[in-house]
Design a protein around this ligand. Structure first.
Ligand code: DX5
Ligand code: ZN
Length: 217
């Protein structure tokens, strides 16, 4: 089954409660929350206090994507705010093993992400501890960028590795996912699709989510 996680980054920030409800009604499986610190990536979004307020207004699974330096320092804040899945970057400067263990010790699912220039093999040593890997299909930092087809071979390699090792983690892709690119990502082995502009910009978001969910058919 393909899961769809609409990225709130593409929503109307003046009414996040309404935007979350719109996605829930449209059939979103998860809600993707992009946290950017203006240091790890050249953009700023929102942090744990905003997520805490959103948590009170939505029953969706909160799929929090930390694009921040030293995420280990902030794990408690984001868990306390209500994250269900906490994904950080391998390039973030924190010790990956310690950060994964910290997230899991708080009863939250742990995800590890790589930027386009990072080889997928760097994920392998951590794979057995992960609930999810996120292969970025654009440079992190901004919504609305073009999908990078070169990333598909990374998804394929990770899926092969998981099949060989009996690993059942989710493989998520994020960036430039829309009707033409979703089937490519799913064919390569992704099972969680993040989509910002495609879903939030659609005149019929329910239809857009269904299109993504059927990308494997
Ligand atoms: C980019 C973010 C993405 C972004 C995707 O750094 O991690 O989640 O919102 O946006 P689209 O789907 O518009 O490429
Ligand atoms: Zn993201």
């Amino acid at each position: 089954m393909i899961l769809v996680s609409p990225s709130l980054l593409a929503s109307d920030f003046s009414n996040l409660e309404r935007e979350m409800a719109r996605m829930e009604q449209a059939g979103a499986d998860w809600l993707h929350l992009d946290v950017m610190d203006g240091h790890f990536v050249p953009n700023l979004t929102f942090g744990a206090p905003v997520i805490k307020c959103l948590r009170e207004k939505s029953g969706l699974v909160f799929d929090v994507h930390l694009m921040i330096s030293d995420p280990l320092l902030y794990v408690d804040d984001f868990v306390d705010a209500g994250a269900d899945i906490l994904t950080f970057h391998l390039e973030s400067g924190s010790d990956c093993e310690k950060t994964i263990q910290k997230i899991k010790s708080r009863g939250v699912k742990a995800g590890l992400s790589i930027k386009p220039d990072t080889p997928v093999e760097k994920l392998f040593p951590f794979a057995s501890q992960l609930d999810m890997a996120l292969i970025m299909t654009v440079e992190p930092g901004f919504g609305g960028q073009s999908f990078m087809p070169d990333m598909l071979s990374k998804v394929e390699k990770l899926r092969e590795y998981c099949n060989h090792t009996g690993n059942t983690m989710n493989i998520q892709v994020d960036g430039g996912i829309a009707a033409p690119t979703a089937p490519l990502a799913v064919k390569a082995g992704a099972d969680v699709l993040v989509a910002g502009s495609y879903v939030f910009g659609a005149s019929d978001p329910a239809q857009a989510i269904q299109t993504l969910k059927q990308a494997g058919n």
